[in-house]
Design a protein around this ligand. Structure first.
Ligand SMILES: [Zn+2]
Length: 362
């Protein structure tokens, strides 16, 4: 007699469980897909589905893929190469996060260059810095040091500090601007003289050897700052203000004669490379030249920005300026710029790279 087979309950339970799981998961997956797919109606379907597939090939989750797509669509960054870029960058070793960043923020030419360059882990950090410039890719890698923050390296290369001082110099073509940058790579034309220089009164400057001058706006603001300090029983005045190209040349040559070239380059600026020619820089004294230990120095550190004045050459920034610290040298950049620098705790060099140079480049 044939024995009736007992139903396989174990198998049935497994099948039932599987069906249940499929029933629960399908709508979740389906609706997520829908959310991704319904957005870019304006983009041709084949382009779009290739990109979606590439993102999933690069192991993006639904959410990551959806976020990246939204941003790409918003910036109109999807073209027939986008899926190739994703695959190539992934093959190079770039992370999902970096790939998305590059797709969203880089121009196609720069993406292609990145794909053709050798992969480097530090580049993943560098390319996310707002002032990263693809043209300097090799310079960043050559100039980096283990002891230095990568962001600092990028900033220094942007400032040409990987090059020798006074080499590859460029003329500051807008010296009237309050944010003109004069450095060991940027100079002012020999003939430049501000058109709004005014004489400083004896109340605010030592005019014994020379009549001190500043640009009008800088002088008005300087007087307000000195008056405010005097109300708190601190006193300082200008020991040096505007200097002509010719006068700076004499100063520099005297310094070289007395101290030699190496010291002169650290402590004195060559003619054309001094901020004093802008008419917005001042050297300060109380009785003696201002030093870091003076109460006046601390007061200006805390309050100068409210009047638009900043220190240019501090200990912290010597690697960015190329000059030894000068606690007596201040510069007028206007209240907005000085306040932003104060709030972000950044040097004028970094401010210039972040906010001025970028505008000039466009
Ligand atoms: Zn100075």
């Amino acid at each position: 007699m044939k024995k009736k087979k007992k139903p396989n309950y174990k198998l049935m339970r497994t099948i039932a469980k599987t069906i249940l799981i499929i029933l629960i998961l399908t709508p979740i997956i389906y609706f997520n897909r829908i959310r991704i797919i319904h957005v870019p109606l304006q983009i041709k379907y084949h382009k779009y589905s290739d990109v979606v597939n590439s993102l999933f090939d690069a192991k993006y989750t639904n959410k990551e893929a959806s976020n990246t797509l939204d941003k790409l669509i918003k910036k109109e960054k999807i073209n027939s190469f986008t899926d190739d870029y994703i695959v190539s960058l992934k093959d190079k070793g770039y992370s999902k996060n970096t790939i998305s960043y590059v797709l969203i923020n880089f121009k196609p030419g720069d993406i292609k260059s990145l794909i053709n360059s050798k992969y480097d882990k530090d580049i993943e950090t560098m390319i996310k810095i707002s002032y990263f410039d693809y043209n300097n890719y090799d310079r960043y890698l050559n100039y980096r040091k283990d002891t230095e923050d990568i962001k600092r390296t990028v900033l220094k290369v942007q400032l040409d500090l990987d090059k020798d001082s006074y080499s590859d110099t460029v003329e500051e073509t807008n010296p009237d601007s309050l944010t003109a940058l004069i450095s060991k790579h940027r100079y002012i034309n020999e003939d430049y003289e501000p058109s709004d220089l005014v004489d400083m009164s004896d109340d605010y400057a030592n005019n014994y050897y020379r009549q001190m001058q500043l640009r009008t706006e800088a002088y008005e603001s300087f007087k307000k700052m000195v008056d405010a300090a005097r109300e708190e029983r601190l006193n300082f005045y200008a020991e040096s203000g505007y200097r002509t190209f010719k006068f700076q040349k004499q100063l520099y040559n005297n310094y070289v004669n007395n101290n030699g070239y190496a010291k002169a380059n650290l402590y004195a600026a060559r003619a054309g490379f001094s901020e004093h020619q802008l008419g917005t820089a001042v050297d300060l004294a109380n009785i003696y030249t201002i030093d870091e230990t003076d109460a006046e120095y601390e007061w200006i550190m805390n309050n100068g920005y409210k009047y638009g004045w900043i220190f240019r050459y501090t200990e912290e920034w010597t690697d960015l300026t190329g000059f030894a610290k000068e606690p007596w040298h201040i510069r007028y950049v206007g209240v907005d710029v000085a306040t932003k620098m104060h709030d972000e705790k950044i040097s004028f060099e970094e401010y210039w790279i972040k906010y001025v140079n970028k505008k000039e480049a466009k």
